[in-house]
Design a protein around this ligand. Structure first.
Ligand code: NOJ
Ligand code: CA
Length: 512
């Protein structure tokens, strides 16, 4: 088992469109991100993961890639991306980019060629063109097939603007090997693999999900791993949503991916038994593989934790977003603070989605006319979708655009965000931003690659010690709980009275 940078890394997810706008057009870009690198460095993160930054018609926020070897013009240029990678490296920050191997944009050169070439052509064989569709449904709603003028149908597990590649075609394999090399050669440190488990399709088995986790998909990642191992310390991380830990673990075998997102933890309700089970299962799954666990509380696809944890049902399920369910945001905020200390105390790497460190809530009142998420459009406006966690960040000042840039942001920001700007939070010692910042710095000091030892403080309290002597206690009971013996309190998610830890509060203690 080698010691590599990602094993304990804090990885900050940048949704470029909404991070910072450098040229005043209301869309976040590389110039904006570069100008904010000192902020990220000061926050104490070890790596940045960027959502797709390639040329894209933005039918799905960039997950419809038109050219895997260039940069979206509204984000910047390839030369600028190269400078950005260098600048980040100078600050000791690694760069992870998103690669989307399941589908391209319908505007990609290959798909346009396929349309022009006609039925039976080699160009069509890079995608799934058939004379008759089957009954598969798109993950965004509606049928998974769209008909083209000559009568054939093509498969798209997501939006019609995202045709699926045919992974039985060796050209597709070759293309993605070249794409990986293209970016590794430019200094990229890791690849986040979008929709990693659905690349391979079985149309004949009659299974309505004959695209999930087929055995051949593992051959793809074995070959990617071999390629990766030709370089120094490059990371492959899979977006793999499975309730089944055994199937999840197969992606982490020593000759496949290094890590995968742990969505089980993200989906767990704010409940001591559920969280404990998730943590134990996660560690048990990863330990024999020697793979580091990952801890994720949010990303660009899910309702923000402050809003989730303030609802009556605090669990998360992609298929049932519960958009607009009533939420006690004060309660959710307190729990989100405690959850952050929990996630950051666990062994492995931790992901932080931009704005999580500001304690932003989901923006649930975006006017319909601004909504862009294909989930919203494809569901006939019945699923609100993911725009509410993608609103441009508030940096400073008292009114929109809150220092995001000089133009009007592509999604409107709530007026209430004047209280939660980076500027306002930097000045407030008790802010979410300072909690994250302090925790990230302490975490570096107290990090070790060992496991955890549970302490028994009752069924409604999660308490464990790391080998380094850091103890994390999270009180999920309604009443305060007495802290275990300790040398010092390092950090707490809320006020502590004497030796009593209040409800929905977490603390880091030094116990040796
Ligand atoms: C998962 C991505 O995180 C999501 O944003 C996207 O819509 C789908 N994959 C399709 O690429
Ligand atoms: Ca811009």
């Amino acid at each position: 088992m080698s010691e590599t940078w990602w094993r304990g890394a804090a990885i900050y997810q940048v949704y470029l469109r909404s991070f910072a706008d450098g040229n005043g057009d209301g869309i976040g870009d590389l110039a904006g991100l570069r100008s904010r690198l000192p902020y990220l460095s000061d926050l104490g993160i070890g790596a940045i993961w960027l959502n797709p930054w390639y040329p894209s018609p933005m039918a799905d926020g960039g997950y419809d890639v038109a050219d895997y070897r260039d940069i979206e013009p509204s984000f910047g240029t390839l030369a600028e991306a190269e400078r950005f990678i260098e600048e980040a490296h100078e600050l000791g920050i690694r760069i992870i980019i998103d690669v989307v191997p399941n589908h391209s944009s319908d505007q990609s050169a290959w798909f346009q060629e396929a349309l022009a070439a006609g039925p039976g052509s080699a160009a069509r064989n890079r995608f799934w063109f058939q004379d008759e569709p089957n009954d598969w449904k798109s993950i965004f709603g509606g049928p998974a097939w769209t008909q083209v003028p000559d009568g054939q149908w093509y498969l798209h597990l997501f939006a019609p603007e995202q045709p699926d590649f045919n992974w039985t075609n060796p050209e597709v394999h070759q293309e993605f090997h070249d794409v990986l090399r293209f970016w590794f050669d430019r200094g990229v440190d890791g690849i986040r693999i979008d929709s990693a488990a659905v690349l391979v399709k079985d149309f004949d088995g009659g299974d309505p999900e004959g695209y999930t986790d087929l055995p051949e998909v593992h051959d793809v990642y074995r070959s990617w791993r071999r390629l990766c191992d030709e370089y120094d310390e490059r990371l492959l991380i899979g977006e793999v949503w499975f309730p089944d830990q055994e199937r999840f673990a197969r992606y982490l075998r020593p000759d496949e991916l290094h890590t995968a997102f742990n969505f089980d933890f993200l989906g767990s309700p704010w409940d001591p038994a559920a969280l404990r089970t998730s943590i134990e299962q996660t560690l048990a799954t990863h330990q024999p593989l020697g793979a580091p666990a990952t801890w994720v509380l949010s990303n660009h696809d899910v309702v923000r934790p402050v809003t989730r944890y303030g609802r009556a049902d605090t669990s998360w399920d992609n298929g049932n977003r519960r958009d607009g369910a009533p939420s006690d945001l004060e309660l959710g905020y307190r729990r989100a603070r405690a959850a952050a200390l929990l996630a950051m105390a666990l062994p492995g790497s931790v992901y932080i989605y931009q704005g999580e460190e500001l304690g932003l809530a989901e923006v649930e009142d975006i006017p319909d006319a601004f909504r862009e998420d294909p989930m919203w459009h494809r569901s006939g406006h019945t699923v609100i979708g993911r725009d509410g966690c993608r609103v441009p960040l508030p940096w400073s000042g008292d009114e929109a655009p809150f220092g995001f840039g000089t133009g009007t942001p592509w999604l409107p920001q709530p007026e209430a965000w004047k209280k939660v700007t980076v500027e306002a939070q930097q000045a407030d010692l008790g802010s979410m931003l300072n909690l994250y910042r302090t925790a990230l710095h302490l975490r570096r000091e107290w990090l070790d690659d060992g496991g955890i030892t549970w302490l028994d403080l009752g069924p409604e309290v999660l308490a464990f010690t790391r080998e380094s002597g850091l103890t994390c206690v999270v009180n999920l009971a309604a009443d305060p709980v007495r802290l275990p013996p300790h040398e010092a309190v390092l950090l707490a998610s809320g006020p502590i009275e004497g030796d009593e830890l209040p409800s929905d509060t977490a603390v880091w203690l030094r116990t040796t």
